[in-house]
Write a protein that binds this ligand. Structure first.
Ligand code: ARG
Length: 472
């Protein structure tokens, strides 16, 4: 069989058909078919540009646009047949348009290479995916803020131990803890916006690597496709995959944040902690152990971070050392990006449902936070306000804690008997008091958390505005 008979786009230069192993190893249709709608949109912009440049006439333009519509309709209807010679979705579209409209279809690829074509369609897909990612992040942030509001930012609101080294440290409002996760996710939204800005550049018109002798106008195709700008350098345009690497990093950090949320839910839902009870709809059972209720969403939010980080690390290794301009290695850009976007998008939806429905056991949280030792820093700070140097105050209270633990004497008794502290200090050990004393800006007590609550609404509104979404 000749290359011509196999229908390859590049058949003219070859005397025999490609080997089956080459076709099998190099094809990308299996995964890039999801770029079909983006490629059709880019192809429409390209042929309109060809007509403006006088390279096709109005009839040919109408025919090709109609052919592209047909391909899209056939695909939507599940009626687009792919051939073994369709290396990728771009090849398949051009081949089918030509079958449908005849010789005019052979002008579709004028002044274009798959190198600028692929990069343009892929950027368009990534831009849309980044918008969706931002929306899902903001939805999870909204749920975290709603839950924070439910538990309140005033004196008397729910509180829990804050931890460092996973050891109880100082009590904080539950709202403060939930908003801490929300701020991390808002930084992710900001990063998505940043990544989006650099992705929003059209490579269409860069050709294979160096542009073309034909009078094409990349500015107008960029504008028609809604890109903020066209490329500046054709070599860079066709070989730049920074947007893919950045998207993978953005996804990786979101995945890392979700893994931290997930690990916390796993821990908090244990019998030992008992800080949360999962809604039945967002938990799983055991096939053997009837009593079990498992936090599988949280575990997979934790576990899938590994795979997304792998997508990033793998793709950076692919990019490393590539010469200018396009190399076929770059075809390896799509699978990790699709996988990371799918994985993180799904994890965000699942975590949003989990957080919207999880029940917080605020009695358990308060009981854990009301250990008298939790107020140790408050006692030291009381001494500081009376002129005792902090290091001495720390030593005085630390010695009381040690004696209490070593001798099994209640801490409050030792505080009451201590000459530097005495009965007046006992008020600081009363349940629910310590959290009220986290008063500094950005701190975990009611006054700063109320202020923080206003600030986070402003931050959410700003980020929603950057994605053109209505403020909720
Ligand atoms: N499927 C290829 C990709 O995704 C298309 C580009 C092929 N270009 C070429 N010169 N062979 O990168």
């Amino acid at each position: 069989m000749t290359a011509d008979e196999r229908g390859q786009l590049w058949h003219g230069r070859f005397s025999v058909a490609p080997a089956d192993e080459l076709v099998a190893f190099t094809e990308s249709l299996g995964f890039d078919v999801r770029l079909l709608f983006d490629d059709v949109a880019c192809s429409k912009a390209h042929v309109r540009g060809l007509q403006r440049a006088g390279l096709i006439d109005a009839d040919e333009l109408g025919l090709i646009l109609g052919g592209l519509d047909t391909v899209e309709m056939e695909y939507r209807a599940g009626e687009l047949d792919f051939l073994a010679s369709d290396e990728d979705v771009h090849t398949a579209i051009e081949r089918r348009v030509t079958e449908v409209v005849g010789p005019a279809g052979e002008k579709l690829h004028t002044g274009r290479s798959r190198n600028d074509q692929v990069a343009t369609a892929f950027r368009r897909y990534v831009l849309r995916s980044l918008d969706s990612l931002a929306g899902r992040l903001l939805d999870l942030v909204d749920v975290l803020i709603e839950r924070a509001d439910e538990f309140g930012t005033r004196a008397g609101s729910a509180y829990l131990p804050g931890y460092t080294h996973l050891q109880q440290a100082q009590p904080v409002l539950l709202a403060h803890h939930l908003l801490a996760h929300a701020w991390a996710l808002l930084r992710d939204v900001d990063r998505v916006a940043d990544c989006r800005r650099r992705t929003d550049v059209s490579p269409l018109g860069a050709g294979a690597l160096a542009g073309t002798s034909l009078p094409l106008d990349p500015d107008s195709t960029a504008a028609e496709l809604g890109f903020a700008a066209r490329f500046e350098n054709s070599l860079d345009a066709t070989s730049d995959r920074d947007f893919a690497a950045e998207t993978l990093f953005v996804c990786s950090l979101i995945a890392v944040h979700l893994s931290r949320l997930g690990e916390e839910i796993v821990l908090w839902s244990t019998e030992e902690f008992g800080f949360v009870r999962l809604d039945d709809a967002y938990a799983t059972g055991s096939s053997m152990l009837p009593q079990k209720k498992n936090p599988d969403i949280a575990e997979l939010a934790r576990g899938k971070a590994g795979r997304v980080i792998g997508d990033l690390a793998g793709f950076l290794a692919t990019l490393k050392g590539l010469t200018l301009a396009y190399n076929r290695d770059l075809q390896e850009d799509k699978e990790p990006v699709f996988d990371a976007l799918d994985t993180v998008g799904g994890a965000l939806l699942a975590c949003t449902g989990l957080y919207a429905t999880v029940r917080f056991n605020t009695d358990r949280m308060a009981a854990a936070a009301d250990s008298p030792y939790a107020a140790a820093t408050d006692l030291a700070e009381l001494l500081v306000t009376e002129g005792v140097p902090f290091r001495s105050a720390h030593a005085i209270v630390g010695a009381l804690v040690r004696t209490s633990l070593d001798d099994g004497v209640p801490f409050a008794d030792l505080v009451a008997a201590a000459p530097e502290l005495g009965e007046r200090a006992l008020a600081l050990l009363a349940p629910g008091v310590s959290v009220l004393r986290r008063t500094s800006p950005g701190g975990g007590g009611p006054d700063p958390v109320s202020e923080q609550r206003l600030r986070i609404s402003a931050a959410v509104a700003d980020l929603r505005g950057r994605f053109g979404a209505p403020e909720s």
